[in-house]
Write a protein that binds this ligand. Structure first.
Ligand code: ZN
Length: 593
């Protein structure tokens, strides 16, 4: 169970655990120079680029950029939350973490979740028994007709809800389970006239239990057998089930996704199960809801590559736009797979087989390409172009990563035959109008991270004893990058608090919230330290000089622009004042460098 863990215990766990030992449980590591190398468990590779450093207790993959410390490794590798990872390591290293007493609310919510979980488990077993009974024959025949054999039925725990209003209800009543509780699981619905009576949600339907990543049944989906409406029906949200947070099948397919290096994303239960039955196992399904950020975060724990199989109708195209935004902002690579002649994956596999299906997946182009070609592209008239431009702009503003955004602008403008600068301008206008979009420091363009400024931070991390000396020089005020400046100040505070002894570079890096900077620093730290300790003062002095020079140059540039403006506006007074300011600045530069 989760709970607060005292910080000193977390520290103790980190001190006692060894990253090389821990990683070795999952990855075969070989010593190479100062570091240990192995095949990355987070992406598919043939030559090792996964690097572990024992001195610094960090790992970094030069292939996929994944990196962190002993706790992040465990969280990613074993799909644990932070407290779970700490507790797990505590158990291994013999650190005893005191159990915290839960508050009443926590106990209550915990026991409701437990109870609903128990109800779901009972219901799953009941539905499964029905499917294999005499009454389930029609459902079984239907599954067989769709090529789904008993072993797959059992693997996915498929079941059948008997046709009638009170089968499940009676089952629970006989078992002595409160129907109020069953209602919380979404399996029975209270009658409109009140009176405290309930009826079954699923009647005469094939049942798909929906499991979370830990194999617990959290919800159910029901499909009508043959024709009828609605074709699919799901249990409502419950204390254990929140829509848009789970991916169907992931608990069974996560290892295959990791092994294959990508996931195939489909829409429905049958698509996933048919793929599975045909031996395609790196697959997940969204369960009819649109893709959410939570989904993307969940997928990213296992892979950063997805092949999205979608229906190219109007609704499908709309959903696609949103998916691309999510994949792009999640730094994921997505392929767009459209099956020929309106096939869905289930039908296609049954008609053409696995090989043909896999060939389509392999050959699929990126989702972005699809979008540009088929949604933005294909315009001819002025009106169409105008609409495409509007569509493109509203899409582009959602791309957070500046590099991706620029690339996208370039390609879109080429596609619709539009001036790139004009499109950039349009995008910037909308971005500026949206409050907090551009001004936010976290959106600082990645390209503008100054390498010299970054190297100062790197030096401070490698040789913490120089921190006070550097901080005294007020050099951070001359940093161009807002992010690096605030990071340098944090580092100074951290050193002031911990001193040279308690200073833990890996822990400091772990706490950096800007992913780009974090990964860059991890990479620098795991590369051989390029600085000779004896020369460190000189290297630092040179770096600081460069930073100052750049800062003065930028200040002068800004002043000169202002002077020119004052001149144009014939504002003599301002012009004279600015000119004086410029001269002072130039003098100051000479004496300080
Ligand atoms: Zn990797």
């Amino acid at each position: 169970m989760k709970g607060h863990i005292p910080p000193d215990k977390i520290e103790e766990v980190k001190r006692r655990a060894d990253i090389v030992d821990l990683v070795s449980e999952y990855v075969t590591l070989k010593k190479g120079g100062k570091n240990f190398l192995g095949l990355c468990p987070f992406h598919k590779e043939k030559t090792p680029s996964f690097t572990v450093n024992r001195d610094k207790q960090i790992f970094y993959c030069f292939g996929c950029g994944e990196g962190g410390n002993v706790l992040t490794f465990l969280m990613k590798m074993s799909d644990m939350s932070f407290p779970e990872a700490v507790r797990h390591l505590a158990g291994k290293t013999g650190v005893i973490i005191p159990e915290r007493v839960l508050t009443r609310e926590e106990k209550e919510s915990f026991s409701v979740r437990n109870d609903v979980g128990r109800v779901n488990k009972m219901a799953a077993a009941y539905f499964s028994k029905n499917l294999f009974s005499q009454a389930g024959k029609e459902a079984r025949d239907y599954l067989r007709k769709r090529g789904i054999q008993d072993d797959v039925i059992k693997e996915f725990g498929l079941g059948y809800a008997l046709d009638g209003w009170r089968h499940l209800r009676d089952y629970f009543e006989k078992a002595g389970v409160s129907l109020k509780l069953v209602e919380q699981s979404g399996l029975v619905i209270p009658k409109a006239n009140g009176g405290g009576s309930f009826y079954d949600r699923f009647r005469g339907r094939l049942i798909f239990p929906i499991q979370d990543i830990g194999d617990s049944v959290i919800a159910f989906g029901g499909r009508i057998i043959g024709s009828g409406e609605p074709k699919y029906l799901n249990t409502s949200e419950s204390p254990v089930y929140i829509k848009g947070r789970n991916l169907y099948g992931l608990n069974r397919t996560k290892e295959d996704i990791r092994k294959e290096g990508y996931a195939i994303l489909v829409e429905g239960y049958f698509d996933l199960i048919t793929l599975w039955a045909y031996g395609v196992r790196n697959v997940i399904a969204t369960l009819g809801t649109a893709l959410t950020r939570d989904h993307v975060d969940l997928i990213r724990r296992y892979t950063s590559h997805v092949a999205v199989v979608f229906d190219p109708d109007e609704a499908g195209k709309k959903a696609l736009t949103r998916s691309i935004e999510l994949f792009l902002s999640g730094n994921m690579h997505a392929k767009g797979v459209v099956l020929p002649d309106g096939y869905d994956p289930d039908q296609y596999l049954r008609t053409h087989g696995k090989e043909a299906f896999m060939e389509i997946i392999d050959k699929a182009g990126s989702l972005v390409d699809y979008y540009i070609e088929n949604v933005i592209g294909g315009v001819a008239t002025y009106e169409e172009k105008r609409d495409a431009l509007k569509e493109a702009v509203s899409f582009i503003i959602h791309i957070d990563n500046t590099r991706e955004r620029d690339l996208f602008i370039k390609r879109v403008s080429e596609k619709i035959g539009l001036d790139q600068e004009l499109l950039t301008k349009e995008v910037n206008i909308v971005l500026k109008a949206a409050p907090g979009k551009e001004a936010d420091a976290s959106r600082e363009p990645e390209m503008e991270i100054d390498t010299v400024e970054l190297s100062i931070i790197h030096i401070m991390l490698e040789f913490p004893s120089v921190v006070p000396e550097i901080a005294k020089k007020n050099i951070f005020d001359c940093f161009m990058s807002v992010n690096l400046k605030s990071l340098a100040l944090k580092l100074t505070d951290y050193y002031a608090k911990e001193g040279a002894k308690g200073f833990d570079a890996s822990q400091f890096i772990q706490a950096i919230d800007n992913e780009f900077i974090k990964k860059k620093l991890l990479r620098m730290m795991i590369d051989d330290n390029p600085y000779d300790e004896k020369l460190i003062d000189r290297v630092t002095a040179d770096a600081m000089k460069q930073i100052k020079r750049k800062w003065y140059k930028e200040r002068c540039r800004v002043l000169k622009t202002k002077i020119k403006k004052a001149e144009e506006n014939d504002n003599q007074e301002l012009w004279a004042r600015l000119l004086e300011e410029l001269q002072t600045l130039q003098k100051e530069e000479k004496t300080s460098l």
